[in-house]
Design a protein around this ligand. Structure first.
Ligand code: KIV
Ligand code: ZN
Length: 515
C-alpha cells in the first residue's frame, strides 16, 4: 500500500528569514490559510521568542488553523520552549520544534560546548517541551556535517527523551544525493530505536541539490519533507515543496508514496506567497515559473498540439493552471497562431490564416512576444489603423506637493482630439499617473503589476517600466522607456490603453460582421 509523505512547510519561518523585512500578522495569516487549503500537514508558523511580532503572528495563526498542525521553533532554552507553547495555546494540536547544532563546527565554534553538554541540553529541552505536548520535533542542526556516529548517538538519546519526529537538516546545503542518502541509511541501520519516530529532512539549496537530496532521502526511508513554497529561505533557499510534491505524484508507482496535498491549489498558493512576500519567481523555475508549461519553438508547439505528452510530463491543469501555453514569437508556426485564434473563439472563416501569419511574423520580429490581443488586432483591424496609436502622450507634469501628496497633469492626444486630466493623491507617483490617464481613457481597468528597471546608458539613465493591467478579465502588458519614472510609467500605461482600445474596436467590427 502507498505510504504517506508528511509535508512540513517552513515558508513562514525559514522562508521569512530570507526577506528584507518581516511580514505582518495579517499577511502571515493569509499565507498560513492558503497553505492549509493546499493540504500542508504541518505549518511552521514562526519562532515566537524571536520577537513580539512573531509571537503575535503564531498566536493568530494558531486560532485559525483547523486541519494543519501548527508548529513553532525553539532553541534548547527553557524560555524559548515556554514561549513557543504559550503562542500556540489556542491550537487544538501543536508541535514544538527544538533545534541544536550537532556538527563539531557548531558545537565548538558556535555553541562553545562539549558534545556531552549538547546531549544534556537536547534531552533536558525535550523533557521541558513534553510538559506542553507529545508532538516534539528535534532537529540536529548541521547534520550534513556531523560525523555519523555522533549523529546516531544524539538521535538515539533524543528519541529516548521523547522526541517524536527527528529532523536531519542539511543546514548549509553541502551534501550531494549519494552522501545524503548514506546518512539516512546509516541512521536506519545504526539507531536501535529509530522505528519509534518519523524521520524528516530539511535541505538547503546551496548546491542546487535540495530537491534531489529530499527525494533520495525519501527513497532511503524518511517520511517527512520540510521545505518552503517557491524554495524561499536562507541564502540559496530551502527545498521547493512544489517540486518534491509533484515529483512524488509523477513517480507514485515507482516510489509507492503519496502526499495529502491538493495539487490543483499549488499554483495559486505559490503566486499568493510570491506576491505577499514580494519575491520574484524566475520564469524557468520548475513547476511554478511562468515558462514551466509554455512552449516556444515551432517544433515543440506543433508537437504539443498533436499530442501534449510529446513535451509535457505533467499537465498545467494538475497544479491549477490553464491547459497549454504557447508563446507566440517569431519561432511559432501557423499551428500555434491558429490555436490561439481558436482559443479566443475565432473560426478560421472569419479571417485569412496566411495573411494573418505573415503580419504576425513581422510583428513578432519587431517586438518578440506577441500577445493574444495583438494577434486579434492583426486579424481584424487593417494595417494602417493598427500602426496608428489612438492615445499619444502630449505632455506630462508630475510634482510632489505638501507631505505625501502627488499632483499629476497629463495631456493626451485621443485620435484627433486633445484631452487633459489632473489628479492630486496620497497614493504615490505611479498611482497618480495611472488614475490621471484613466480619467481620460475611462476604461474599467485594474492595475495588477508594475516593475521598474533602471538601465545605465552612456550619458544618462533610462527607466524601463513594465505594467500589467486587467481589463474585463483579460491581461494586458505594456512597456515604456524614458529618462524618468513618470514618463516611462505613462508610456507603459498608454501602450496598454491603446491595446484595450483596439480590443474594443475588434468587438465592434465582429458585431457588425455578425449582423
Ligand atoms: O537549516 C536548519 O538547520 C534549520 C533548522 C532550524 C531546522 O532551519
Ligand atoms: Zn533551515
Amino acid at each position: 500500500m502507498s505510504e504517506q509523505i508528511i509535508i512540513f512547510d517552513t515558508t513562514l519561518r525559514d522562508g521569512e528569514q530570507a526577506l528584507q523585512s518581516s511580514l505582518s500578522t495579517k499577511k502571515k495569516l493569509k499565507i498560513a490559510l492558503s497553505l492549509e487549503e493546499m493540504g500542508i500537514d504541518i505549518i511552521e508558523a514562526g519562532f515566537p521568542i524571536s520577537s513580539p511580532g512573531d509571537f503575535k503572528s503564531v498566536e493568530a495563526i494558531s486560532k485559525k488553523l483547523k486541519n494543519s498542525i501548527i508548529c513553532s521553533l525553539a532553541r534548547c532554552v527553557q524560555k524559548d520552549i515556554d514561549v513557543a507553547a504559550e503562542a500556540m495555546r489556542f491550537a487544538k494540536n501543536f508541535r514544538i520544534h527544538i533545534f541544536l547544532g550537532t556538527s563539531p563546527l557548531h558545537v565548538k565554534s558556535k555553541l562553545k560546548k562539549s558534545f556531552s553538554e549538547i546531549i544534556d541540553m537536547a534531552v533536558f529541552s525535550i523533557k521541558q517541551a513534553k510538559r506542553y505536548t507529545n508532538d516534539i520535533e528535534f532537529s540536529c542542526e548541521d547534520a550534513g556535517r556531523t560525523p555519523i556516529n555522533q549523529l546516531c548517538y544524539i538521535v538515539e538519546n533524543v528519541i529516548k527523551a521523547g522526541a517524536t519526529t527527528i529532523n536531519i537538516p542539511d543546514t548549509v546545503g553541502c551534501t550531494i544525493p549519494h552522501e545524503f542518502s548514506q546518512i539516512i541509511k546509516s541512521l536506519y541501520n545504526k539507531v536501535p530505536n529509530i522505528d519509534k519516530v518519523v524521520l524528516s529532512v530539511h535541505c538547503h539549496n546551496d548546491l542546487g541539490m535540495a530537491t534531489a537530496n529530499s527525494i533520495t532521502a525519501i527513497q532511503a526511508g524518511v517520511r517527512q519533507i520540510e521545505g518552503t513554497m517557491n524554495g524561499m529561505g536562507e541564502r540559496a533557499g530551502n527545498t521547493a515543496l512544489e517540486e518534491v510534491i509533484i515529483a512524488i505524484k509523477l513517480k507514485k508507482n515507482n516510489l509507492n508514496l503519496h502526499t495529502n496535498i491538493k495539487h490543483k491549489k499549488i499554483y495559486k498558493t505559490s503566486k499568493l506567497i510570491s506576491e505577499i512576500c514580494n519575491t520574484f519567481i524566475p520564469s524557468n523555475k520548475a513547476i511554478v515559473g511562468t515558462n514551466a508549461f509554455s512552449h516556444s519553438s515551432g517544433i515543440h508547439q506543433d508537437g504539443i498540439l498533436k499530442n501534449r505528452k510529446n513535451y509535457e510530463i505533467i499537465t498545467p491543469e494538475s497544479i491549477g493552471l490553464k491547459p497549454i501555453k504557447l508563446n507566440l514569437t517569431s519561432r511559432s508556426g501557423r499551428a500555434a497562431v491558429k490555436y490561439h485564434m481558436i482559443e479566443m473563439g475565432y473560426d478560421e472563416k472569419l479571417y485569412n490564416l496566411d495573411i494573418l501569419y505573415n503580419s504576425f511574423l513581422k510583428l513578432a520580429d519587431k517586438k518578440g512576444q506577441v500577445f493574444d490581443y495583438e494577434l486579434e488586432a492583426l486579424a481584424f483591424i487593417d494595417q494602417k489603423e493598427n500602426d496608428n496609436e489612438h492615445f499619444r502622450l502630449k505632455k506630462i507634469d508630475v510634482q510632489k506637493q505638501s507631505i505625501g501628496i502627488t499632483f499629476s497633469s497629463i495631456e493626451l492626444y485621443c485620435g484627433k482630439k486633445i484631452k487633459i486630466a489632473e489628479t492630486k493623491t496620497k497614493k504615490g507617483l505611479i498611482n497618480s499617473i495611472y488614475i490621471t490617464l484613466n480619467k481620460i481613457a475611462n476604461f474599467p481597468i485594474f492595475l495588477k503589476n508594475i516593475q521598474l528597471i533602471t538601465k545605465k546608458k552612456k550619458i544618462h539613465i533610462e527607466i524601463s517600466t513594465k505594467v500589467q493591467i486587467e481589463y474585463k478579465k483579460r491581461q494586458f502588458y505594456g512597456i515604456g522607456n524614458a529618462k524618468d519614472i513618470a514618463e516611462s510609467t505613462a508610456l507603459a500605461i498608454i501602450h496598454i490603453l491603446n491595446n484595450i482600445w483596439r480590443a474594443n474596436k475588434v468587438n465592434i467590427i465582429l458585431k457588425n460582421i455578425k449582423k
